[in-house]
Ligand binder design. Structure first.
Ligand code: ADP
Ligand code: MG
Length: 444
C-alpha cells in the first residue's frame, strides 16, 4: 500500500499522482426548458499519492461510479481539474487522450456482464494490447500468459470462454485485462461486491499483491466498509455528490467528525452486542441529485443540524417535529413541481393536498406546540391546501431555517494529520452548540 519510493528523501511527503480540484459532473440540464441537471458529482477535491489506496464510500447513488469514470476521462468533467502526474487530463482529446488512457484502467463490479462471452479469455485480455498496437503479436501472447499467471490463472485458460468460469475467476480475468497496458492507476468499482465472501477475501489479497508488485495506485469504491477499512490508506466519504469527510482510514473509522460519517459507521453491526454503540439514524430519504438542498447537502437529514437562534432552546421533540413537518411540505412541493402546473390544473389535482391536516396531526402528536410555532404551521398548512406547497416550503424556511439550510459549509481541517470534514459545526461560531449528534434513535 503506501509505498515509499527509494529515490525520494525520507523527510519528504510521498509523491502525489492524482490531484482533483473542484470537480463536477452534471448530467443534462443544458437546454433552456430542460429539467434541472443531475448533479452526480458536485465539487470534490482530493489527492491520491502514488502507490496508495484511497477508499471511496457512500450510499448507492451518491456519485461514486460517476467520480471514478470521470477520473478515467470516460466522462467529460463539467467543471474542475484532474491533474494526473502533472497533466490536466480534462483538457486531453484524440491521440493524446488515447495515449494517456494506458495509464489508468477500471475494474468493474459485475464480472458476469463486463466480459464479452464470445471472446476467449486470451482475446479478452489481449484486446487492449491490440487496440494500442502494442509491440508484436508474439509479444502480446507472451504478455497475456504473464498476466494470467500474475492473477493466479493457469496458461490453459487462454483458449477458454468466460462462461466456463466462476465469479471469482472472471474477476481475475477482468483484473488481468485492466493490467494489460501496465497502468499506474486503477479505479476498482465495487470489485468484490458481487462475489461470495470467501472469494472476496482472495480477490482482495490478489489486489494487494498486485499493488505491491507493480506499484499500483488504487481508487477503491465499495459500500462494504470493512473491505474499505482493511485495504485503504485513506478514505473519502461521499454524500449527494460531495465529499463529507476524508482522512487517514483508522482515524475516520475510529474518530469520525462529520455527522454523515458517524451515521454511516453507526450502521455497521457490532460484533459484540454488549458494546452496543447507539445507532444514529438519518431522517427521511436522500434528496434527488437534481434537487439538492441549497445549503449543506445533508441539511434535510442531518442528526446534528444547527438550529436557528430563536429555537436554540426549544424542546427536542418539538424541534424534531418541526423538521419532520418541513420534510413533509418539501415532499409536497417536489411532487407538485414534477407534476407541473398544467397537468395539475387539468386534472384539478389540488385535492391531493387535503390530507396535510392528517400529516400535521401525526407529526405533532403528543408534542407541546407553542403559539408562535403553531401559527407558522397553520399558515403553511393553509398554503398547502390552496395548492401552494412551494410557498408553504418557503414560509417554513423563513421561520425555521438555520445556517445549515442556507449556507454551504466549507471543508475544515479536524485533526493534525490533515483529516477534513464538511460541516458548519467545525467553525468557531458553532463549535459549542449542543453535542454533535443531537438526534439518536434508540432501537427503532
Ligand atoms: P453510485 O456509484 O454512488 O451508486 P452513480 O455515480 O452511479 O452513484 O450515480 C450518481 C447519480 O448520477 C445517480 O443519481 C444516477 O442516477 C445519476 N447518473 C449516473 N449516470 C448517469 C447518466 N449517464 N445520466 C444521467 N444520470 C446519471
Ligand atoms: Mg456505483
Amino acid at each position: 500500500m503506501s509505498n515509499t519510493l527509494e529515490q525520494s528523501p525520507p523527510t519528504e511527503e510521498s509523491e502525489t499522482l492524482i490531484e482533483v480540484e473542484g470537480l463536477k459532473k452534471y448530467y443534462g440540464g443544458e437546454g433552456m426548458f430542460s429539467d434541472p441537471p443531475v448533479k452526480a458529482v458536485d465539487g470534490v477535491s482530493f489527492e491520491i499519492k502514488r502507490g496508495e489506496t484511497l477508499g471511496l464510500v457512500g450510499e448507492s447513488g451518491c456519485g461514486k461510479s460517476t467520480l471514478g469514470r470521470t477520473l478515467l476521462a470516460l466522462e467529460i468533467a463539467t467543471e474542475g481539474s484532474i491533474i494526473y502526474d502533472g497533466t490536466d487530463i480534462t483538457g486531453l482529446s484524440g491521440t493524446e487522450l488515447k495515449e494517456w488512457r494506458k495509464n489508468a484502467q477500471m475494474v468493474f463490479q459485475d464480472p458476469e456482464s463486463s466480459l464479452n462471452d464470445r471472446m476467449t479469455v486470451g482475446e479478452i485480455i489481449r484486446e487492449p494490447l491490440d487496440a494500442h498496437s502494442w509491440k508484436t503479436m508474439t509479444d502480446r501472447r507472451e504478455r497475456v500468459l504473464d498476466l494470467l499467471s500474475a492473477v493466479g490463472l493457469p496458461d490453459k485458460h487462454y483458449f477458454r470462454y468466460p462462461h466456463q468460469f466462476s465469479g471469482g475467476q472472471r474477476q481475475r480475468i477482468g483484473i488481468a485485462r485492466a493490467l494489460a497496458l501496465e497502468p499506474d492507476f486503477l479505479v476498482l468499482d465495487e470489485p468484490v461486491s458481487a462475489l461470495d465472501v470467501s472469494v472476496q477475501a482472495k480477490i482482495i489479497r490478489l489486489l494487494e499483491d498486485l499493488q505491491e508488485d507493480f506499484n499500483l495506485t488504487y481508487l477503491l469504491i465499495a459500500h462494504d466498509l470493512s473491505v474499505v477499512r482493511y485495504i485503504s490508506d485513506r478514505v473519502a466519504v461521499m454524500y449527494l455528490g460531495k465529499i463529507m469527510e476524508k482522512g487517514e482510514t483508522e482515524e475516520v473509522f475510529s474518530n469520525a467528525s462529520n455527522p454523515y460519517t458517524q451515521s454511516l459507521l453507526s450502521a455497521i453491526p457490532e460484533p459484540d452486542p454488549s458494546a452496543a454503540s447507539q445507532r444514529i439514524t438519518l431522517s427521511g430519504t436522500p434528496p434527488s441529485p437534481s434537487d439538492a438542498p441549497a445549503g449543506c447537502n445533508l441539511s434535510t437529514r442531518c442528526p446534528a443540524k444547527i438550529r436557528p437562534e430563536a429555537y436554540a432552546d426549544a424542546d427536542r421533540d418539538l424541534w424534531q417535529a418541526i423538521e419532520r413537518f418541513r420534510e413533509v411540505v418539501r415532499e409536497r412541493a417536489r411532487v407538485a413541481l414534477s407534476l407541473g402546473d398544467r397537468v395539475r390544473r387539468r386534472f384539478n389535482r389540488f385535492d391531493r393536498f387535503d390530507d396535510i391536516e392528517d400529516s400535521r396531526a401525526d407529526t405533532f402528536d403528543g408534542v407541546e406546540v407553542p403559539e408562535r410555532v403553531d401559527q407558522q404551521i397553520e399558515t403553511a398548512v393553509e398554503m398547502v391546501k390552496r395548492g401552494e406547497p412551494m410557498e408553504a416550503q418557503q414560509h417554513l424556511y423563513t421561520e425555521f431555517a438555520s445556517v445549515c439550510d442556507h449556507e454551504r459549509p466549507e471543508m475544515h481541517e479536524v485533526s493534525v494529520s490533515g483529516r477534513q470534514s464538511y460541516c458548519h459545526r467545525h467553525t468557531d461560531e458553532y463549535e459549542d452548540v449542543e453535542p454533535v449528534i443531537s438526534r439518536r434513535a434508540d432501537n427503532e
